[in-house]
Write a protein that binds this ligand. Structure first.
Ligand SMILES: Nc1ncnc2c1ncn2[C@@H]1O[C@H](COP(=O)(O)OP(=O)(O)OP(=O)(O)O)[C@@H](O)[C@H]1O
Length: 354
């Protein structure tokens, strides 16, 4: 992991290991998302009372907000085992049949990125979800036969960053659907104080607030920034994460007060300085910052739009008034109406990210 992608919500396998120690294990340790927590609590307790597995659960929302964590919590609360796989890992329906038929009664099957599951496997999943049965086809051509196999009652927990890509029949088979929202800075402060306690890192309230404000509403980024700030505090200060150490550390790592990294700022600076705020086409903007259009569109823009710093218009990309102010520039007179937001509203847009 380099400073380049410190504020990316995506995760490497190595980082998953680092995340494990602070991952909440039970529902009451899971910070915020009160509505989802409350609904899940009822779903799980109701099922346990009846002694049957709960409805299948679909969790949607941008990466790093806690879908994998919640899937593990569901299994822990039920006292069940969990099998973990992902849509892209299930290449053939036989792979899925092998997993399904090896589940024990009451197990949780977690399928991450479920919108990327191959169609034949998806169809096999329908009958498993609905009737706890799968038809495994043996042989090829005219001699092929379908052998029905029972599947132990289980709960599927599906996670997706792109719920719009799920097919209707797939979505209909989930009895419980929840969308995870970005976290507020106040919620991330609570989360950071909890993580710091577990990691044995002394942190002041101001230090937690500073890191929270730069974490893009995302627990994964908050925990990652905390690990980097801890390094700085231990190597260059007295080990305590304070307002000053947080600011100094995140300056070293090029993460600014709103959580923008070098590329995010380069995009805004090009828009404002080279194109007088736009509108400018995506490919022209990408050339100006020396990146591929896909990278600008998929890596930078979702957060810049959500932060109210960049707008996508039919005529091209436009820097908002807040972007000019954030870069310390004076917006041109008369460009922005009085109703243009002057402060970014980081937490209102809940659209799925790519
Ligand atoms: N509500 C929460 N309370 C405390 N920690 C959280 C919470 N949500 C997420 N985290 C922490 O953030 C990290 C990322 O969470 P998680 O892996 O569950 O996200 P995700 O939505 O499944 O992302 P991805 O789809 O990329 O796997 C984990 O280390 C977890 O400990």
């Amino acid at each position: 992991m380099t400073g380049e992608n410190l504020v990316s919500a995506y995760v490497s396998d190595a980082e998953r290991d680092a995340e494990a120690s602070v991952r909440p294990k039970r529902l009451d340790e899971f910070i915020a998302q009160h509505r989802v927590r409350d609904q899940l609590d009822l779903l799980l307790k109701g099922a346990m009372r009846r002694g049957s597995p709960p409805d299948h659960i679909l969790l949607s929302g941008p990466p790093g907000l806690g879908k994998t964590t919640l899937a593990n919590i569901v299994a822990a609360e039920l006292g069940s085992g969990i099998r973990v796989t992902s849509g892209p890992a299930i290449e053939r329906s036989g792979d899925l049949a092998a997993i399904l038929t090896s589940l024990a009664e009451g197990d949780v099957l977690f399928i991450d990125e479920i919108h990327r599951i191959a169609r034949p496997a998806e169809e096999l999943l329908y009958s498993a979800m609905e009737d706890f049965r799968v038809d495994v086809v043996v042989g090829k051509g005219p001699g092929a036969t379908a052998i029905p196999l029972d599947v132990e009652p289980f709960t599927l927990v599906g996670a997706t960053t792109r719920s719009g890509l799920l097919t209707g029949p797939m979505r209909d088979r989930f009895g419980f659907v929840a969308h995870l929202d970005f976290y507020t800075p106040a919620e991330l402060e609570v989360l950071l104080r909890r993580s710091a306690r577990i990691l044995g890192v002394p942190i002041t309230d101001e230090g937690a607030a500073e890191v929270a404000g730069r974490s893009r509403g995302t627990p994964r980024i908050a925990n990652r920034l905390l690990r980097r700030v801890r390094d700085f505090a231990e190597v260059r200060a007295d080990g305590v994460v304070t307002l000053e150490t947080s600011r100094a550390a995140l300056t070293v790592y090029d993460v600014d007060a709103l959580g923008l990294d070098r590329l995010d700022r380069a995009v805004l600076t090009a828009l404002v300085d080279s194109f007088r705020g736009g509108p400018v086409g995506l490919s022209t903007l990408a050339v100006a910052v020396g990146e591929q259009p896909d990278t600008v569109e998929e890596v930078c823009e979702p957060f810049l739009v959500r932060a109210g710093l960049l707008a996508r218009t039919p005529r091209g990309r436009v820097a908002t008034e807040a972007a000019w102010h954030h870069l310390g520039r004076t917006p041109p007179n008369g460009t922005f109406g009085t109703d243009t937001p002057s402060a970014p509203d980081l937490f209102s847009a809940q659209a799925d990210q790519p």
